[in-house]
Design a protein around this ligand. Structure first.
Ligand code: GLC
Length: 422
C-alpha cells in the first residue's frame, strides 16, 4: 500500500504545472474544472497549501458572469485540440466557453473537514465562498432561465462523459462541422478507446455555433440544437448547493443559505421527472426531443451522491447496481454490459471511472448500504492494482485504458481508496 501511495503522490507532483495539475501529460495539458476538484482532494492528503492553490488557480478562469469554464488554458500547448483559438472566448487567461459538473463547493467542504491546518482552511474557504456562490447562481440564471429546477447542458463535453451512449440520439441531430481539423487525442491514445470522428465533428460544430453567438447565454439557450437536463450535472450541482448552503451557514450568510436550500428543494422535486422505475435508474431529459433518454448509465446513479432519492428509490438503485455487479467483473461500468452500445474500452460507453465510483460509493454509504459501497471501493482498489493509475478501466478485464499516470485516479487512491483500506 505505501508504495501505491508514493506512486500516487509522485503522479500529482509530476503533473503539477505551477499551482495547477494537468489531468495527464500529453493528452490533457491544461487545467480542467472537475478534474481540479477531485485532484485537490488528492493534494489535501499530503500538501494542504498546494491543495487550496489548485482551486484558486481554477477560479482564475472564472468569468464576470460567474461561469467557471471547463478548461483553463493557463499556458499555451500546441499538442491539444481544440485550443483557445477555436473557442475564441477572449477571456484572460484564455478558457473554453462551457462548464463541467460543478463539484468545487463540495470539494471545499470536504477539504475543510480533512484539513489539519484549520486556520488556513477556514481562510481559504471563506475567500472562495463568494466565487462559488457566483458560479452556482450562474448555473441557475444561464442554464435554467425558466426556473424548472433542473439546469441544461449544451455540449457532451460539459457533462464530463463525452461519448456516453446517452448522447447518441441527441448528437446525431447536430450537424457535422464542415471545418477541416486535426485531432490530437488520437496521437496520444489508441483510437479504439476514443470517440469517433463523426462525434468530434459534431462537438466542434457546437463550439463554432456558440462562438458565432459570442458566448451570450440567452442566445445559446435559444439556439443550441443540443439541450439536455443531465443527471450528472444536476446531481452534482444539487450536492454542491447543499454543501454551499452549509458553508453559508458557517460564514453567517443566512440569506444565502436560505436561497441555496430553496433551490435544492426545488431541484429535488424536479428530479422526479428523470426517474425510470422500470430500469431503476435516473435518466437525462432531452429538451429538444421533449422526452427522457432511455439509456441506463452510471451518471444516472449520481443522484445518490446528490442526496436526491427517497429511501425507496435509493433501494431500487442499489438493487440495480447489484445486478450490474453480477454481469460486470469490476465496478462501476459506465453503462451495464448487457445494454446495446456497450463497449468495454471506448471511453464513456462502458468503462469504469474512479471518480464516479467514489461518488456512487459515498451515496450508497449515506443511504445505509455500506456493504455495496465497500465492494465498489475494493473493486476500485483492484482496478488500480491490475491496471495502474490509468485514466479509466475496462470493467470486464480490469485493464487500464486511456491516459497513463492520471491525476484524478491517483487522487481517488489517496483521498478515498487507500485511506479507507483495511
Ligand atoms: C475528458 C473526460 C472529462 C475530463 C477530461 C480531462 O474530456 O471525458 O470528464 O474532465 O477528459 O480529464
Amino acid at each position: 500500500m505505501s508504495s501505491l501511495i508514493d506512486q500516487a503522490r509522485q503522479i500529482l507532483r509530476a503533473n503539477d504545472l505551477d499551482g495547477y495539475t494537468v489531468p495527464t501529460r500529453g493528452l490533457y495539458p491544461y487545467q480542467w474544472n472537475w478534474d481540479a476538484g477531485f485532484t485537490a482532494l488528492g493534494w489535501i492528503t499530503f500538501d494542504e497549501v498546494r491543495a487550496w492553490r489548485e482551486l484558486e488557480r481554477l477560479f482564475e478562469g472564472q468569468w464576470d458572469d460567474g461561469l467557471v469554464p471547463h478548461i483553463i488554458f493557463h499556458k499555451y500547448d500546441p499538442g491539444y485540440f481544440p485550443g483557445p483559438d477555436v473557442w475564441g472566448t477572449r477571456h484572460t487567461p484564455p478558457t473554453s466557453g462551457i462548464s463541467q459538473p460543478p463539484v468545487a463547493a463540495t470539494v471545499v467542504r470536504l477539504m475543510l473537514e480533512a484539513a489539519g491546518d484549520q486556520t488556513l482552511a477556514e481562510a481559504k474557504a471563506k475567500a472562495l465562498y463568494p466565487r462559488l456562490l457566483a458560479y452556482h447562481r450562474w448555473w441557475q440564471r444561464a442554464r435554467d432561465p425558466e426556473n424548472t429546477g433542473l439546469v441544461v447542458t449544451y455540449h457532451p463535453w460539459e457533462t464530463g462523459a463525452d461519448n456516453s451512449i446517452a448522447w447518441d440520439a441527441a448528437l446525431a441531430r447536430v450537424p457535422a462541422t464542415k471545418t477541416e481539423f486535426v485531432r490530437r487525442d488520437t496521437q496520444h491514445v489508441d483510437q479504439s478507446m476514443r470517440p469517433h470522428r463523426s462525434e468530434y465533428q459534431r462537438y466542434i460544430y457546437l463550439v463554432e455555433l456558440f462562438r458565432s453567438l459570442d458566448w451570450q447565454p440567452q442566445a445559446m439557450y435559444e439556439q443550441t440544437p443540443f439541450k439536455i437536463a443531465d443527471t450528472a450535472i444536476n446531481a452534482i450541482l444539487q450536492r454542491a448547493n447543499l454543501d454551499l448552503a452549509e458553508l453559508a451557514r458557517r460564514f453567517g450568510r443566512s440569506d444565502e443559505a436560505a436561497e441555496l436550500q430553496e433551490r435544492a428543494d426545488h431541484t429535488r422535486r424536479a428530479f422526479a421527472a428523470l426517474w425510470n422505475a422500470q430500469r431503476r435508474v435516473y435518466q437525462p431529459y432531452d429538451r429538444i426531443a421533449g422526452q427522457r433518454i432511455d439509456v441506463p448509465s452510471c451518471l444516472g446513479m449520481l443522484p445518490l451522491w446528490g442526496r436526491v432519492p427517497d429511501e425507496t428509490t435509493a433501494k431500487a438503485m442499489m438493487t440495480e447496481l447489484e445486478r450490474w455487479a453480477q454481469i460486470s467483473p469490476f465496478l462501476v461500468p459506465s453503462s451495464p454490459p448487457d445494454f446495446p452500445g456497450f463497449e468495454s474500452k471506448r471511453y464513456w460507453r462502458g468503462p469504469a471511472w474512479l471518480i464516479i465510483n467514489f461518488m456512487i460509493a459515498d451515496g450508497l454509504a449515506h443511504y445505509s448500504y455500506p456493504d455495496l459501497a465497500e465492494r465498489i471501493r475494493q473493486s476500485s482498489e483492484a482496478l488500480i492494482e491490475t491496471g495502474g493509475f490509468h485514466e479509466y478501466f475496462d470493467p470486464l478485464d480490469g485493464s487500464g485504458c486511456g491516459g497513463k499516470a492520471f491525476s484524478w485516479t491517483a487522487s481517488m487512491g489517496l483521498y478515498w481508496i487507500f485511506r479507507k483500506s483495511g
